[in-house]
Structures are given as C-alpha cells and as structure tokens.
Ligand binder design. Sequence first.
Ligand SMILES: *[C@@H]1O[C@H](CO)[C@@H](O)[C@H](O)[C@H]1NC(C)=O
Length: 984
Amino acid sequence: MTPSKAWSAPRWTTVVVVLLATLCCLFVPALGVKHENFKKCDQSGFCKRNRQFADKAAATTSWTSPYALDPTSLSFSDGILSAVVLKTVKDGQEKVRLPLKVTFLESGVARVTLDEEKRQKGDIVLRHDSKARKERYNEAGAWALVGGLETSKGAALSDKVEEGFTKVFYGKGGKHQAIIRHAPFEIDFQRDGETHVKFNQRGLLNIEHWRQKVEKPQEEKKEGEEAKEEEKKEEAQGEDESTWWEESFGGNTDSKPRGPEAVALDITFPGYEHVFGIPEHATRLSLKTTRGGDGNYKEPYRLYNADVFEYELDSPMTLYGAIPFMQAHRKGSTVGVFWLNAAETWIDVVKPKSIPNPLSLGVLRHTDTQTHWISESGLLDVFVFLGPTPQDLTRQYGELTGFTAMPQSFAIAYHQCRWNYVTDEDVKDVDRRFDKFKIPYDVIWLDIEYTQEKKYFTWDPLTFVNPTKMHKQLDKSERKLVAIIDPHIKNTDNYPVIDELKKKDLAVKNKEGNLYEGWCWPGSSMWIDCFNPAAINWWKGLFKYDSFKGTAPNTFIWNDMNEPSVFNGPETTMPKDNLHFGNWEHRDVHNLYGLTFHNATYQALLERKKGTIRRPFALTRAFYAGSQRIGAMWTGDNLAEWSHLEASIPMILNQGISGFPFAGADVGGFFGNPSKELLTRWYQAGIYYPFFRGHAHIDTRRREPYLAGAPYTEIITQALRLRYQLLPAWYTAFHEAATTGAPIVRPNFYVHPDDEKGFAVDDQLYIGSYGLLAKPVTKEGQSSVDVYLADDQPYYDYFDYTVYQGHGHHNIPAPLEKIPLLMQGGHIIPRRDRPRRSSGLMKYDPFTLVVVLDKDGNAQGTLYLDDGETFEYEQGAYIHRRFSFDGKRNSLSSSNLVDRVTVKGENYLKTMAKVRVEKVIIVGAPKSWRNKKEVVVMEEGKKESARKKTVEMEWFEGGKGRADWAVVRDPKVGVGRGWRIDFD
Ligand SMILES: *[C@@H]1O[C@H](CO)[C@@H](O)[C@H](O)[C@H]1NC(C)=O
C-alpha cells in the first residue's frame, strides 16, 4: 500500500486521537482471556519437567531410554501379555519395577497399561498429614469405559523368535502385530506388516516413580521465596526438583503429599501428516504443532477442565472438557490412541519432515506426526486403534466409552435460552410471542436467577410465583423447560440441601479431610462428590416431583460450572490436594468430576417418575470420554463475534469424531451483542449444530428471533423451519450415532477418507449419512461461499436444484436470505414439510422423500423413527426403513431394516399406521419422464384389490444449470410399510 495524504494529518490531531484512544480504553473493560489465570507448561511442574526431559533427549546424541522390559518376567495368556518394565534410576543403583500389561481386545484394539509396583510398607513415606491414597489412581476406566473389553481369543505370540523382541499377532485374521522391543522398551503397532503407531521411539517414556521425601535442612520460607527457588533451579545440574513436593501458582499452594508422579510417553504416527481430536480446544480440526515456528503454537494442548472466561480462539489452551482421544489420518488409513487418564494432561505435537534422500528420485516427502503425552498422576493406560477407516475408529472408541445416548426428539429441535428469563410471566410471554410470529421452538431455558438466592431446587417466590402453571402452558404445545442445577451448593442457613450434604458427608473434602468450602455463584459453597455412590443416591432424591416442587415431567436439567468452577480456587477450579471419596486426590480425578456430576443428574432424571421412564435430557459444560452416554454438551461462554461463529464449526466437527457428537455452540454468542446480520448468520449455521440453542449473557440486549425485525426475523424463521423440516434426517443421524458411534455432523475427511486435498477442510459439514453438505456463512458481508466438493458426483442446491459437479471448489451464491446447502447425488432424504410450533406437534405428520439421483441414476437412504420419548425402542418399538431408488428398473422401494418385529414393535407400528408418505420428489429426474403423467404404486399387506394403484406424477424442466425434477403427489403409502413405486 502507498501512504495516502490522509495519513499526514497535522500533529495535534494525532495527539487528540491518542488521547481519545487512551480515554476510551480506561473505561472499556478489556475483552479477552486472562492468561495470567491459567498455567503455561513451564508453570506446571510436571509439564515443565517432561518437556525438559524431551529437550534433553533430543539434544543428547544416542539418547537411551532408561526403561527395559525384563524378559524373565514375560508371560502371555488369554490375550494378555504381562511383564515387568524396569526403570533404571540413580545411575543404575536402583531399579523401579513397573508392571506392564498389554491386553489384546477382540475388537482389534490393544491396551497398554504401565503401573508402579507397591513397595514394602514404609518404603514410601507420605507426608504425615496426608489423607490421600497412595496407589496410583487406577479407576478412570471404571467411569469412562462401558464395554469393548473382551480379550482376543486369536491373539498369539509369534513363533519367529528374535532376540530382544516379543511379537504378538492380533486383530481380525491376525493382521495386526505388536512388536515389543525389550531394551530400550518400545512398542511398534503394525497393520498388514506396516508400522502405524510407535511407543517410546523418541525415548520420552517417563514414569516419575514414588520416592521418599528427603527433608533438606531449609531456611524458613519467606516472602519472595519463589524467586529464590527459581535461581536454585537454574543452578541445579540434574533433574528439576523444585516442584516435586509443593508448587504455587497465582497465590495458591498445592501441597503434593505424594511428590512427583507424572506419566509421559511419546507416540509417533509414521507417515501421517494430520492428527485430529483431543477436544476441547478452540482450534482447527487438523491440529497444529506446538513447539513454535511459523504460525504454530508454542504451548502443548492442555486438557484440564476449566471455566475459561472469554476464551481466545486459535489456541491450545484448555477449555471446559477433555477427551484424550487422538486420531491420525492419511490416504487409506486412520489410526489412533486413547490416553485414559483423568489428571491434568498436556500433549505436544510436532511434525518433522524427513529430509528427502537426493539419491532416491521421486520419493514423496514423508511426514511423521510425533506426539508427547504428559499427565500429572495415575496410570499410563493407552488404547491403540489401527483402523483402517475413520468409521472403525469411532465405532471402536464408542464400544469402549459408550455411544451417544438416544435423545428425546424434542432435544434435537430448537432451544431458546437466556441468562435470564426473569419471571414465570416472562417465560410465558416469550412462549406466546414465538407462536404469534409462527417461529418454531421446543424448549425454553432458565439460568441461575430462577432460584431463591442461588439455592438450587428452589424457585424465587417473588419472580417465579407459579412454576406449575408455567409448565402447563408450555406443555400445551408439547414444549419443555430446562432449569439449571450446578454442583456447588450454597453454604447457608435454612437450606435443607446443604444441611443434608454436610450431615450425610457427601461433599468434596479439603486436604485436611474437612469439608471443602469455596466461592461460586451463591457465595460460600460446597461441592457434591459424585464419586461417592451415596451422593448419587441422595442427588436422585432431590429431583423427585415432591422434593423439587414446581417441576413437572416436561422439566429437564442443565449442569453448568461442573469443571468444577470455583471462583477463588487455583485456575478457577478446586485445589488439587482436595480429597474425594476413597481418599483420592482431586489431582487424580479432576477431568472426571464433570462427568460424574452430569451422570448423577441423568440418573436422577431417570428415576423421578414411576411407570414409563422417559429419556433424560441433561446438558453439560464439563465432560470427559464417556459423557456422550449421558447428554449433550455446548462449547461454553463464546463471544458474539464473527470469529467465534467461524470457530464453532471445527470445534463441533471435532466433538463428532471424538465420540461426543451431541454438541453445539451458543447461537448469537454468549458475551456481547451480535449485529442483526451476525445473529441471522449464526442461526443459519446453528441449524447444523447437533445441539441447537440460542443463549445470551445477562448484560446483553434481548435477542429472541422475533425481535430482530424485517427482514431478519423472517430469515431466521426460515432457518428454523429448515431444521424442523429435516428433523427426520437428524433423528436418524442421532440413531446412527447411538448405534455405530458415527458423528452426527461429519468433516470432509470422514466422508471422503481418500481425498487428500480435503483432509484439513473444517468449515463445511455433512449431516449424517444423507449427503447433505452445508457450508455456513461465517464472515460479515459475505454473499457467496466456496464449497469444496470431494468427488465427481452431482451436488444439487437444496432449494433450487442448481447442479454443481467436479472435484474442487465451487462458488455458491449466499445472500443473507440464502443458506448454502447442497445435496450429494445418491441419497434419499426424509423430511416433514408442515410447519408447526414444536417438534412434538409433528409426531404424526406425513413425510416427504427427496430422492437425489447420483450420476448413475441411483439413490439410497434410511429413516429411523420411534416414539421420541421412552425407552421402548430398546424393545423393538421403532420403524427403521431403507429407501432405495434403482435407476435400471426406475423404481423406488421401501424395505424393512428391523430384524424381528416384537410386540412392542407391533404396537408402535399401529400408532403410526396412518402416517404416510405424502410426497416424493425426484431430483435429477430423467428427461424420458417428460411426458409421464402417472406412476404405479404397490403396497404390501393391503387387500389384493387395493394393493396396486396409479398415482399422478409431474415432471419439471430445471433449465439454467438446474436439474430436472419430478413430483409424485400423495402416493398414500404408509411410512412403516413395504411398498414400491414404479416409474416405468
Ligand atoms: C452413573 O451412576 C450410576 C448409578 O448410580 C453408577 O452406577 C455409575 O457408575 C455412574 N457412572 C458414572 C460415569 O458416573
């Protein structure tokens, strides 16, 4: 750019501008995360030590890992290899014994566990005042895992003996092989003879063994001690011991009764350039590296559930939840690891490019992804997945940690939330206004202000005078209410809930073993400890209708602040030396806390009513591997800025491939006021979040869709209607997630795993298996988008059937009123086209099938339906159809995907007997149908005479780049029946 004249303004103007700028910023609170409140790796003792260890290894020529498997300890039986790994310490004077278990699972997954042998009594002296358990925490699996653990019957030691190695064949047909090197201890995991995952290749395995605290004669600690210690560290030659027994951050001191006990390991994915997963971070889908360099991060990805105020984007900083599951992807192969550890965890990622050999011409540049996993305590416990497809990974991970809970159908419709709807009259008024403007919604939400002085299980008697009446009004349109309940219980007088919590001894303890007291929304509070089964039982009682008065069967629950968020705690959470049930330290279980609390809420909702049980709905902010079995998550307190809208797409895609797909971001942005354009675009994007909720901070202006005014309200309403129209497809996608672990919205690489150009694409998404490809507008003033097509199928504009075809980018118009959505040829999409006030009112509405032909004239699709409320689907009360259009025979058919029809299934079918397909649209209809006026319909199960009928059909010429299409009006076939429509 050339400097323009405008820049050479007289000096005094500059002065005024600077003055004004200074003034403005004195009064405007600084936006953005407070970095000083959260640790960097070098402020977290164990992370710093392990990064130093890695640096030392890298800088030392011929570095050898001090870990070796003792071959005399080896045994193998029933799919489990056991041995002892010896760690050499103190220049060979001491060996620490680490029991190793490699379990080969029937699913083809391998699990590697490294523990530390208990030593003689008195060997390890814990600090005398400590109440913490001294074994390494080994219960993360008890909370996170629910299956998939059958050991392999086929796994076998290789009969080719090689000195210094042990080899095990496993997996289907023995295609997988684990090659265990004894000294130094390493494991290579191979598929079909090729190594895909390597453990300890870089020699960074580090189990900080327990040791006795040597009380060094020390001067009394004085103020400013930290600085001095810093100096000492610099001087120290060997290991940095300064944070072994105690460390401080932000004025909080963590007493570490067990001393250093981190576990760390390097895991390499040879030949893989992309790694995905390890949510939750506000970052791209394809993870950047973390050791500096152009555009890369300098900090490792951190997993330490935390309430991060005004979180920043494009950052490896920790957020509210943690799923330590990472997958590596390249053409033809997806592999991964699940690091089962609930303590604070850091993950470094680097991608060194190997130097191309000038002598071997034509050799492709080869990239490895090297990762370094570091956890503060617990076991080293890692699952290794060898794919080879992304679908294998999500299925196998789901078999271990559980699939998505099948939600009630209302839960996947639109949720209207705000901090706060201030009275019951306010709620009813919002409800009426949605109706007045004919805007669909299913659920209205209450944040903390509904309570009496932040006491959960109460209603503010002045503002929520008649909650029962409020629920009744909502129920008239089959609508629901979600109320917030957090894990902090107000520590106050005259509040039976806190009295019981104390009396029954069900709260988290401090390091002395007394009730821990901290600060949160209600002021002084205590935290329920759901690691204690008795706490879950007690919690269940609190939700009974006669206990939480004013709630009804259409009340559901939202768990916030369950990282747990503690306003006056270190890093806004609990001290790590707090104690939980079983005397485990908070350090060991931190990332599980949110899951156990969310689970208690789920269990409570299950049991609040006798008789037919309805599926619970519980939203959580904190999560861990396994939380998908319980409910939905959202990405926490985002900002009403375009960049946050943009960031929500990769974050939600990442949740999907990481096993927790029922995910969403606050539509509109939590902090701040979105412009009307941003709000509108956010709704147009939000309709693609599996969990779809508008939410706003208490200081923001009201922004219910009907307030936006022309043309915005109408455009937002159209977006909401699109979500409602496609609910049958969404519900089927949820069913797929609930039975196979597949994501609900899917990134390009998952759908096109061989399309290398698309591996990092994370700004567009596919809905379920429907070939519905959406590219939300996430930039201000944008009027078109570039959609990336990964194959050469025709893609049709959802609304006007414009055809886009050819590998690569295509520009699609996207003025404000237009939502960029394409249909990939080859799919049949079920819809319900009648606009209603809520999804509950659509229960018996007829269906439209959109048959989108592929380049060969074929299409397939499925539809899953059940009562949308109860668990009777588990006993066969559902409809599951496959629709198929055969281009050769020109016929569309519906066949059953149900194995066996049960009594419950029969009954459900009866309730749906009158529900029909009222319209079939064929997109890409052949020209040969031009003069066709009718089709022949055949339906099974009817009287002979009624089986066959002819029905009207109309063909339309698309013209101008649009596909031709045809419509069959009201074939009157039952959605739960078998039928065929012949077009020839
Ligand atoms: C959930 O609660 C049930 C019932 O109390 C309990 O058996 C289970 O262990 C809990 N699971 C988790 C992950 O908290």
